[in-house]
Design a protein around this ligand. Sequence first.
Ligand SMILES: C[S@@+](CC[C@H](N)C(=O)[O-])C[C@H]1O[C@@H](n2cnc3c(N)ncnc32)[C@H](O)[C@@H]1O
Length: 281
Amino acid sequence: MEVSPRAALIIASLFEKATGQLLSQDRFWRIGTTLSPFCRARGIDSFDRLALTLERSSDPELSLDMIDALLNNETSFFRDAVVFSHIADQILPQIAANRQREKRIRVWSAACSTGQEAYSLAMLFAEQGDRWNGWKIEILGSDISRSAVQQARGGLYTQFEVQRGLPIRQLIAWFDPVLDQGWRAKPALTSVVTFTRHNLLGPPPAGGRFDLILCRNALLYFSPERRHQLLEGLSLALASDGALLLGAGETALGNSTRFISDPVAQTVYRAAAYTGLSNAA
Ligand SMILES: C[S@@+](CC[C@H](N)C(=O)[O-])C[C@H]1O[C@@H](n2cnc3c(N)ncnc32)[C@H](O)[C@@H]1O
């Protein structure tokens, strides 16, 4: 199906309004490839008709579904394995030492897509059982995508999804097979993880500051202004001695003065106020 320039502009502006993500003209092709099957499945015969319905706001469900379809939800278990080793060996022991008195730890997997990142974190905790005995562990996964959050809550993954990044030993230990459907996360994982729909450009989730925030592979499609706004929000959500992890190709440098990159692990950031250092935006 052909996308007229007018329809593309309406769809891109609705997408930007809802998510803050830019769908620039050189990426308008994504509208055609992603939304053609979407329209066909709903009996919508042209992008102009889709745009008209969206413009009239006559079908809010359609608009939410369309936004979900345009989002890039690419993720996998233990994505960037070296990052998870660093969390397990360096970051978690440090948090454990700092929170010895409270014995409470809060972790936020922001823009978690379908939840693999949050469950990977839950497995790290479960596998360090002795260290966390008697602790209250809270892992919050959040994403703007309604369908992604729904899948994350169910904790059910296809064979294809578990084959991406999840070693067989951990699959057997932490997931139960579900006939003809795949694998479901066991209560040992689901009991420490909750999921919510959340826009990174809005106020941080309630419940107090987080000791560790992962916000990986989400900054890419935001404008510099939005990135700045998003990092301001993350700085308000992070405990003063907490750690923020961004994706491999992402940086807070030049986007925020609130964070200092860890000299050893480049994608790990600390609050600038905590380190006493500053960083030019
Ligand atoms: C490529 S996935 C990354 C998932 C995971 N963090 C990882 O690294 O594997 C990017 C996620 O960002 C989410 N996202 C995009 N804009 C968002 C926003 N404004 N607020 C919250 N999540 C958003 C998308 O829905 C998508 O699930």
